[in-house]
Design a protein around this ligand. Sequence first.
Ligand code: DGL
Length: 265
Amino acid sequence: MVDPAAPILLFDSGVGGLTVLAELRKLRPEAPVIYFADLAGLPYGEKTEAEIAARVAGLLGRLSERFAPRLITIACNTASTIALGMVREVLHVPIVGTVPAIKPAAAMTKSGAIGLLGTAATIRQAYVDRLEAEFGNGHRLIRHAAPGLVQAAETVLRGGTPDPAVFKAAAEGLRSQPGGAEIDTVVLACTHFPLIEPQLAEAIGTGVRFVHGAEGIARRIAFLTQGQDFAREKPDLALFTTDPDQIAYLEPALKSHGLERFEAF
Ligand code: DGL
């Protein structure tokens, strides 16, 4: 029996996981949620595999002990493609990961050229090679690391305006590769990127569709929690590996996602 007050824990390096939370709210509005952002570790995409694995495993271990979640979602492609397997080995709780939506993109493309925007750490993972081999239908997958986009998304959620050059550079990074001119579908392989989809769409030009995993992940969480009871005893909590005083500028965005309490972790 699952404790009705046991939360669903969403884990990301920053605000990217809010794109998953927004979809989850549509399917499980009654579910108590804890949103965790490792802002002291952001950006994960520029770290080594060992650094990311250590952070994710250590933090999820501590979070599980303290909050006894019914389910954990690693709402971060970088953390999932590196650490999902190892944390599943040691934590006795269902863990849903976030991996690049190559399968739906391969079903959508007409031109046969798919772009993939992710962090530097994500795009070099063997996990992505395996997804491409298994689900890419033989289409051309053109990968580009766009680290500037993570900060741009964080800026947007804080109410700021990022430099448009960042979006132009990301579009150019895809278009300038062999076959890049034919791209008609782009996988947003970082949970931060749907937050800046309009800016990316403008930079890359018309006729390109974007795909990301947030809806699919929310459906998976809903499926795994089917039949469970939910009771929200306190307003939902956001936790940060920084002083909560320093996240005041994020409060409107957090509140709009139903997160009402803020604490340092
Ligand atoms: N949101 C994370 C992802 O989905 C990456 C952000 C970062 O570089 O920390 O990959």
